[in-house]
Design a protein around this ligand. Structure first.
Ligand code: PGA
Length: 248
């Protein structure tokens, strides 16, 4: 039985004051939640969130990292640095990174590798564009994205990887995949992993992301192969985020 995982992706939102209010709000609700809960915050707030969440069950992640360990990479942040500031998780391969910053499957696989080498759990994101869904390419696209990482780090590494299936057309649009659409793709992703290792395929967490909110979370998470959510917009309000956490 896979425990539900709910992760917030704050994206480029926040201020010291907002972070304080949001984290304290989430912490108040934590005793009533059985899901594993993670917040993935912008780099500058990692330290603040680390301090606020000490001795709590709330876990902390970053939203990106550089695939190199250190060096002349102006403006970049390494796996070691985010770990130093309390992150145990890191989002890798989010569609905004893939489309706005040109991150290829190869770069993403390298980032997954360095995260694992630093004992960070990647929240590895995959998902198809609207055009790809319309033309029946969803499975080809997610297979390509997943296989790039399997080829780089091996199937065994998926014991320490969380997958987030986020159809790009559902991110930030208010259009959510129907539970059936999401379940079908989640089951397909699990079957891809099963071609390599049946036990790992059964144990890996596959989260759904894309306009998940308090109204649709329960029905999505109830699907057999949906093990929780990666939440953008609705993770910025503690009440909304907590009610999604309770849906698990
Ligand atoms: P959304 O974002 O919940 O605002 O659609 C999800 C994500 O991008 O991870």
């Amino acid at each position: 039985m896979r425990q539900t995982i709910v992760a917030g992706n704050w994206k480029m939102n926040g201020s010291k004051e907002m972070v304080n209010t949001l984290i304290l709000g989430i912490l108040q609700g934590m005793p009533y939640i059985e899901s594993q809960v993670i917040v993935c915050v912008p780099y500058p707030y990692l330290s603040q969130v680390e301090s606020l969440t000490t001795h709590s069950q709330l876990q902390v992640g970053a939203q990106n990292l550089n695939a190199n360990p250190f060096g002349a990479f102006t403006g970049e942040v390494s796996a070691n640095m985010i770990k130093d500031f309390g992150a145990k998780y890191v989002i890798i391969g989010h569609s905004e990174r893939r489309t706005l910053y040109g991150e290829s499957d190869t770069i993403i696989a390298e980032k997954v590798k360095i995260a694992l080498e630093n004992d960070l759990t990647p929240l590895f994101c995959i998902g198809e564009l609207l055009e790809e869904r319309k033309t029946g390419k969803t499975e080809t696209v997610v297979a390509r994205q997943v296989n790039a990482v399997i080829d780089k780090v091996g199937i065994e590494s998926f014991k320490n990887i969380i997958i987030a299936y986020e159809p790009v057309w559902a991110i930030g649009t208010g259009v959510t995949a129907t539970p059936q659409q999401a379940q079908t793709t989640h089951a397909y992703i699990r079957s891809l992993l099963a071609q390599n290792d049946v036990n790992i395929a059964q144990s890996v967490h596959i989260l759904y992301g894309g306009s998940m909110n308090p109204n649709n979370a329960k029905e999505l998470i109830a699907c057999e192969d949906i093990d929780g959510g990666l939440i953008g917009g609705a993770s910025l309000k503690s009440d909304d985020f907590l009610s999604i956490c309770k849906a698990g």
